[in-house]
Design a protein around this ligand. Structure first.
Ligand code: SF4
Length: 463
């Protein structure tokens, strides 16, 4: 792919320099403008990113930033938080990425790829925890992880059933590949195709990668090839800590705007992983991101790209996740294991250390205590609300009128199937409050009717 001018390293670095030292009044005006939920221009994003450095973390402006981000998140997606689990399928990998424990030089790792029956067993384990959506993780290895194996794994997951349910949406993280391979993923029924650029700073990218992944252009052009292969929802991300977080955020926004302009569809999600320690990895974050800056970058992304689903993982500690849920995050992994085939068994070497080890139910309890609605919704993808159609609903915030009833219905299922009295009662109170938040009388009464059906044993009802 020819890198568009606004994604080139020199351009982004120059823009960050040009926007340094923003006057507080200008920054305040940009935050005010963001309340309209129309997103921000790159220049404006640059000024907000420079705010922390230039304004000595001006507490009033920071407060304004966080409050506005919280407001925008609420007005687009409502109070729901969608939950999912990662599932590591194969750690065979031909790449040598400085920050990842699956790097090809790791001789201590006894590599594994799951057989289809192991895939089914891991899936059943996750179903029995209450999960409905998964994110699959594969290393890059054309011999061990060819596309046909990946497709069989996806089909196996969709076919797995237990008396407590099934997986309804499979998102996939595989290495950058061809439009023909993406077509196969699409045919297998994936939800979102996620691929992180890791770092958009080209010299850093080229320094930290060896193997096919070292091809910066292959990586950055993957979303376009995925669209060409018929995939409608793509997820972007950067691994924070490899390079200056301000640069990465600016690049994520530039990449999103480029996709929107070129394909009429921006990213469905943006993930914000921070670098974590991992066994056998000696690389240390060259640009560590403090907790304050991490929360700040989430808020700025929320203002810059209001419609984007934002994902946080269990790399983050519970108290950071809690704050992040309030200021922009709309999806979170929970109860995760980052070891291939690691659910329900002795753990071997993980891809990276996790910092939130709470089981799914504990996360749900905490989320509910903060008056957010844990959601296992998978409705949009199954109703064909993908790509441009999804954008048309997400941009004006109409999507929350679907997210809210769907969150309540999936929470009601979870409460009935996976909880006992104490938590269940709290959940029902939250559902009652959530119903009152639905302003459309017809939608509210239809949701009430379906909730009664769920209580009576019906499952998988959605709008
Ligand atoms: S209604 Fe759509 S956007 Fe909202 S939670 Fe469900 S799948 Fe996601």
């Amino acid at each position: 792919m020819t890198i568009p001018p606004e994604l080139q390293t020199d351009f982004l670095a120059g823009l960050l320099r040009r926007t340094s030292r923003p006057a507080p009044a200008i920054a305040a005006a940009i935050i005010q403008k963001a309340r309209a939920k129309k997103g921000l221009a790159l220049e404006e994003v640059g000024r907000l990113l420079n705010l922390s450095a230039a304004a000595g973390k001006d507490s009033q402006l920071t407060e304004q930033l966080f409050q506005t981000a919280a407001l925008v998140k609420r007005e687009i997606y409502g109070p729901r938080l969608v939950l999912f689990a990662p599932l590591y399928i194969s750690d065979y990998c031909v790449n040598d990425c400085a920050y990842c424990n699956f790097h090809t030089r790791n001789r201590e790792l006894v590599r594994r790829k799951l057989t289809l029956s192991e895939v089914a067993a891991q899936t059943r384990f996750l179903i029995n925890q209450g999960h409905k959506r998964l994110l699959l993780e594969f290393g890059e290895d054309p011999v061990h992880n060819p596309i046909d194996y990946i497709v069989k794994v996806i089909r196996q997951i969709y076919a797995a059933r237990t008396p407590r349910g099934n997986i309804r949406r499979v998102n996939v993280n595989i290495a950058a590949t061809t439009a023909a391979d993406y077509r196969k993923l699409k045919a297998a029924g994936i939800g979102t195709y996620q691929l992180f650029q890791e770092t958009y700073h080209r010299p850093t990218y080229e320094q930290l990668h060896r193997g096919p992944k070292a091809d910066y252009e292959r990586q950055i052009g993957a979303a376009g090839r995925a669209f060409a292969g018929g995939i409608e929802d793509v997820g972007l991300g950067a691994l924070f800590g490899l390079y200056d977080w301000r640069f990465e955020v600016l690049a994520l926004v530039a990449h999103s705007q480029y996709l929107e302009r070129t394909y009429k569809v921006g990213p469905h999600t943006i993930s914000v992983p921070r670098l974590r320690p991992a066994p056998t990895v000696t690389y240390r974050a060259a640009y560590p991101v403090s907790d304050d800056d991490f929360l700040r970058l989430i808020a700025i992304l929320r203002l810059a790209l209001p419609y984007v689903g934002m994902i946080i993982s269990t790399r983050e500690r519970p108290e950071i996740r809690r704050q992040a849920f309030q200021i922009g995050i709309s999806q979170a992994s929970a109860g995760s294991v980052t070891v291939t085939g690691g659910y329900g068994r002795q753990r071997r070497q993980p891809q990276f250390a996790i910092a939130d080890e709470r089981p799914l139910q504990e996360v749900i309890r905490a989320v509910m205590a903060d008056k957010l609605i844990p959601s296992f919704c998978t409705a949009c993808y199954r109703r064909g609300r993908t790509g441009e159609r999804f954008m048309q609903l997400a941009k004006p915030g109409s999507i929350q009128h679907l997210c809210q009833p769907n969150a309540l219905l999936t929470l009601a299922e979870y409460l009935a199937d996976f909880t006992t009295d104490g938590l269940r009662e709290k959940g029902y109170r939250l559902i009652a409050a959530g119903l009152r938040q639905i302003t459309d009388d017809a939608v509210r009464s239809e949701t009430e009717r379906r909730l009664a059906q769920v209580r009576a044993g019906a499952r998988d009802l959605y709008f």
